[in-house]
Design a protein around this ligand. Sequence first.
Ligand SMILES: [Zn+2]
Length: 215
Amino acid sequence: MKRRIILLGPPGSGKGTIAARLQQEFGLDHVSSGHLLRREVENGSAIGQRSKLFLEKGELVPDRTVLKLMGEWMKSVPLEDGFMLDGFPRTLSQARALDEWLAARNAPMEAVILYNCDLAIVLDRITGRWSCPKCGRVYHIYSVPPEVAGSCDDCSVELTQRADDSEPVVRKRFEIYTRQTRPLAKYYRQQGKLTVVEAALSPEERFARTVAALN
Ligand SMILES: [Zn+2]
């Protein structure tokens, strides 16, 4: 089984759920650059201080900072156990740097899975997401609706929406994602490593196709 992989897909494409299952069933470590960056911010490190403003504004953290962070992460792990990269690489220069690091350790990237998702699905999934400000329970107006519209089943508190789940913000994030991903998809397709999985498929089917691509 291929164990060094990259997951590409817009927010709302369901790749987080698939990553969690791959981690559970195959022991692949799920490495999210966003998660690593937020941890640096919390720790107040030099990288965290440089990234904070970009993250708060929803902008891309500059290549140099991201490469430093991910380069350090890579040095700290045994590559033969495998990993799933999520959120990295985002640019061609990041992808090339990653290939160089892996080549230097004789452990090339093995597969890249792209969860193809159109804007309508993303909007549907994300903007329908509401949560309880008191207990944190997450609902979805179509797939997991509360018993009483707009109110938490457990606390009867009015549900709220995360600021970055609003329609204009989701549209913006999707545009940025699409612009960034096109050259990356081409880069990995030319290497013969890209598999496209349609995000409109059922969760079961998406997982099955992912596993098939890794075998
Ligand atoms: Zn609640």
